[in-house]
Design a protein around this ligand. Sequence first.
Ligand SMILES: C=CC1=C(C)c2cc3[nH]c(cc4nc(cc5[nH]c(cc1n2)c(C)c5CCC(=O)O)C(CCC(=O)O)=C4C)c(C)c3C=C
Ligand SMILES: [Fe+2]
Ligand SMILES: [Fe+2]
Length: 371
Amino acid sequence: MRSPFHSEPPYEHGQAARTAVLLCNLGTPDEPTAPALRRYLGQFLADHRVVEIPRLIWWPILHGIILRVRPAKSAAKYASIWGPDGSPLAQWTRKQGLLLQGWLGEAGHAVWVRHAMRYGNPSIASQLDALKAEGATRILILPLYPQYSGTTTASVFDAVYAWASRTRNVPELRFVNHYHDHPGYIEALARSVEEHWKAHGQPDQLVMSFHGVPERTLHLGDPYHCESHKTARLLAERLGLRPDRYRLTFQSRFGKAKWLEPYTEPTLIEMGRKGVRRVDVVCPGFTSDCLETLEEINQEAREAFLHAGGQEFHYIPCLNDRPDWITALSAVTQQHLSGWPTAAPDKAALEAAREHARQGGAPAGRCPVAH
Ligand SMILES: C=CC1=C(C)c2cc3[nH]c(cc4nc(cc5[nH]c(cc1n2)c(C)c5CCC(=O)O)C(CCC(=O)O)=C4C)c(C)c3C=C
Ligand SMILES: [Fe+2]
Ligand SMILES: [Fe+2]
């Protein structure tokens, strides 16, 4: 009989414990085309965390109507924001991963950073497989959503649990729920607004627009509404804005149900009609520019405000690759890594751990590496 010690991995000796961070974002289509959108929306809108309608009712609507009509319309919107390197959300998320890896390295942590998408590519499962194959034994799951919502954060966690349920040797896992009130995050937001104001002066009103969710999620206990309000209050306080100088609104409503109010675009139209001359819009819940900020806010909402009588509309970009934002992400990461060793492991032990992962354990009843 095989000795139980044969399957004991080399990192048990403490030399090759390897810590990794998986930055998780929502995802985006591979191309701005109707077929790519159909694949992406098919995966996204089938998630019961996102649409909480019983399958029996939702499935015919999704497959019979939405996936026939929406892909072409959404593809045209994506085409209007697509860059030379693809989807802005994908580009910024990739860059944030690389920068965070560098920042953590400079702070003396030998931590791997990868990024993954909840829908589309690279998937959470494929990136967790890759980290494990590289020898990671401890993984911090860091969603790129500062405010917790069951529709986003918990859905990322679901994907991690689903991967873990199919994995024999599960690494140690930690999860970041939120950082909506983290001083580094608030500071980065405040500086992004202040830099804009330094260059362009101040507006009559600052609109802080967050992605919406159905209102019923608030009554069912989802903290997203409250966390968005706390972020907005902290940002306003840090900017020294009185309550009558800013508004919190919710955008991107989907379907006919009531979502969190006030809605962004109707609020901007009302402001334009009431004679507000200039508004600046910032989207603190989005950590990367994406369709919802570049098209819905900077194109559609801009036009709606100006058409309603507003004179000047300024869109303040998301945190993207701002150094103060990467510093904040690095601070959140370091707080959550506390107690996990992050020193560079012994090279030979690491190679042994990788070999272990490559061999898938002890295929011939014999452990492939020496302990
Ligand atoms: C169907 C319901 C939706 C809920 C609930 C929802 C919550 C939610 N979404 C984000 C962040 C993003 N959403 C983005 C796009 C997007 N969102 C929905 C629907 C819901 N979102 C759809 C159908 C789409 C796709 C575009 C479209 O067809 O309209 C994006 C942009 C992705 C990109 O590729 O650029 C982001 C980011 C949050 C934070 C959130 C809840 C808090
Ligand atoms: Fe969304
Ligand atoms: Fe609330």
